[in-house]
Design a protein around this ligand. Structure first.
Ligand code: C5P
Length: 231
């Protein structure tokens, strides 16, 4: 059995009505809700208040990436909203992550600050050829994880396949938030480095992010319960 508190459901829609309907269907399940760029830009900050009001913990997945001052000030502005976790791109650098961490620590409501390492849709080849970062993708993920920890972040977004290595280097209390989760019988779509929910749980992930396998199911609540049962 996977604890529901470990599951973050990605509400990837720009339509507030669809998001609200999913919030209704999933309430009382003690899962987290992830509000990403699509929904935040489409529905506005009100959807964060709504999810919080319905009793969900909220991961505001806005992946900030800009100069340190802009990221720090933007996070201070966002911190007025009732979310519980937010993220920045580690590629923005240690100064940027430090400013983000200071901004979160000075806010009234406690927020977890997570850094994005390499997107789970990125392959080694793409990283080598397009980002011009040589070597294995896992090395880049670990390098970013170390920088994130040194800069005061609470954890990183990574593939479940990297959880053990990240924890061996950054410590077991350094959080891992892992998208790229696909139940056995669902398609991978654009995700490249995937595991099943049960595998992610067994690999020690702190929070698994699951979107389309739940939100696009005919019965999202039934799909969630199946996942929690480890099926
Ligand atoms: O539908 P699916 O389960 O693929 O959704 C995964 C979610 O996690 C999406 O909202 C995607 O933006 C997000 N994400 C990701 N890889 C990262 C960071 C976030 O897939 N490295």
């Amino acid at each position: 059995m996977i604890p529901p508190e470990k599951v973050i459901i990605a509400l990837d829609t720009s339509d507030a009505r669809i998001a609200n309907s999913l919030l209704n269907q999933l309430k009382d399940q003690r899962v987290w809700i992830k509000i990403g760029m699509e929904l935040f830009y489409g529905a506005g900050p009100e959807i964060v208040r709504k999810a919080h009001h319905e009793g969900f913990k909220v991961f505001l997945d806005l992946k900030l990436h800009d100069i340190p001052n802009t990221v720090g000030q933007s996070l201070k502005a966002l911190a007025k909203l009732p979310f519980d976790m937010i993220n920045v791109h580690a590629a923005g650098g240690t100064d940027m992550m430090k400013r983000a961490s200071e901004a979160m620590k000075s806010s009234y409501h406690p927020h977890l600050l997570i850094a994005v390492t390499q997107l789970t849709s990125t392959t080694s080849e793409q990283m080598n050829l397009e980002q011009k970062i040589p070597g294995e993708l896992t090395l880049s993920v670990l390098h970013y994880a170390k920088l994130a920890k040194e800069s005061g972040c609470d954890g990183v977004v990574s593939s479940p396949l990297e959880v053990k290595l990240i924890k061996s280097i950054c410590g077991s209390d350094f959080l891992t938030v892992t998208p790229g989760i696909r139940p056995k019988n669902s398609g991978h779509q654009d995700q490249k480095r995937v595991t099943t929910p049960l595998e992610a749980f067994q690999l020690g992930t702190d929070y698994m992010v699951i979107g389309r396998p739940i939100t696009e199911a005919n019965n999202p609540k039934a799909a969630l319960l199946e996942i929690l049962r480890g099926e």
